[in-house]
Design a protein around this ligand. Structure first.
Ligand code: GSH
Length: 203
C-alpha cells in the first residue's frame, strides 16, 4: 500500500486530497511539523532536506508534491483528474499545475517564515511586505482566469489540487483581497469537496 509521510497544515494535504479524490487506500505516517521529526535522521534518509510530503511505494521513495501527484495519477489514476493530452485545455492545465510551486508558493513560504515560523524578534517587516505584494500580483492572473469558471480548466483536475491548495493557504493567511471575487468564490467552492475536507482536517 502507498505510504505518505505527512504533517498537518502542509503540502502533504495535497496528496491526501488526491488519494481521496481517487478513492485510494493509503497509509499515513503522521509527523509533527517540527525539526524533531522532519530533521530526524530517519526522515532525512527519505528526503535530503527533511521536508514533506514524501511518498513510499514499495521500494520507491519520491518527494516533491507535484511529482508525487503526477506519479500517483500516472500509475493509479486511470486517466482521471486531467484533460486528455489532445484537449485544448491540456496546456493550460499544465500551466496552472506548475504555477503553484513556481510562482505562488515562494511568497507564501516567505510570509509563513516572517509571520509564523520565526520568533518575533527575527521577523522582518520589509521582507514580509515584499512577499505579500508579490503574492498579490501572482494570484491576480488566477482571479482573472477564474471569471465564469467553476474550476481552473473545465472539470475538476489535479491543477485544482495543486494550485487550489495554495490559494486556500493564501486565503487562510488573509492574503486574498475581497476584490478578488472569483478567487474567493473558487476557494469556498473547493473547500466544500469531501476529499478536500478529509485532507485539511487530518491532524
Ligand atoms: N516544493 C516542495 C516543497 C516541500 C516543502 O517545503 N514542504 C514544507 C511543508 S509544506 C516542509 O517540509 N517544511 C519543513 C521545513 O522547511 O523544514 C514540494 O512541493 O513538495
Amino acid at each position: 500500500m502507498l505510504k505518505l509521510h505527512f504533517a498537518p497544515n502542509s503540502r502533504a494535504g495535497r496528496i491526501v486530497w488526491l488519494f481521496e479524490e481517487l478513492g485510494m487506500d493509503y497509509e499515513i505516517n503522521k509527523m509533527a511539523f517540527h525539526p524533531k521529526d522532519l530533521k530526524s535522521d530517519a526522515h532525512r534518509a527519505r528526503h535530503p532536506l527533511g521536508r514533506i510530503p514524501v511518498l513510499e511505494d514499495g521500494d520507491l521513495t519520491l518527494w516533491e508534491s507535484g511529482a508525487i501527484v503526477e506519479y500517483v495519477m500516472a500509475r493509479y489514476g486511470d486517466g482521471g483528474l486531467k484533460p486528455a493530452v489532445e484537449s485544448p485545455a491540456f496546456p493550460e492545465y499544465l500551466q496552472w499545475f506548475h504555477y503553484c510551486e513556481g510562482m505562488v508558493m515562494p511568497p507564501i513560504n516567505t510570509i509563513m517564515v516572517h509571520s509564523v515560523l520565526l520568533p518575533p524578534e527575527r521577523r522582518d517587516e520589509k521582507v514580509l511586505a515584499q512577499a505579500q505584494r508579490l503574492l498579490g500580483r501572482s494570484i491576480e492572473p488566477v482571479d482573472a482566469a477564474l471569471a465564469g469558471r467553476e474550476y481552473l480548466v473545465g472539470d475538476f483536475s489535479a491543477a485544482d489540487i495543486m494550485l487550489g491548495h495554495s490559494l486556500f493557504m493564501a486565503n487562510r493567511l488573509g492574503q486574498v483581497s475581497d476584490e478578488m471575487t472569483n478567487l474567493k468564490r473558487y476557494v469556498a467552492h473547493i473547500e466544500k469537496r469531501p476529499a478536500f475536507q478529509k485532507a485539511i482536517t487530518m491532524q
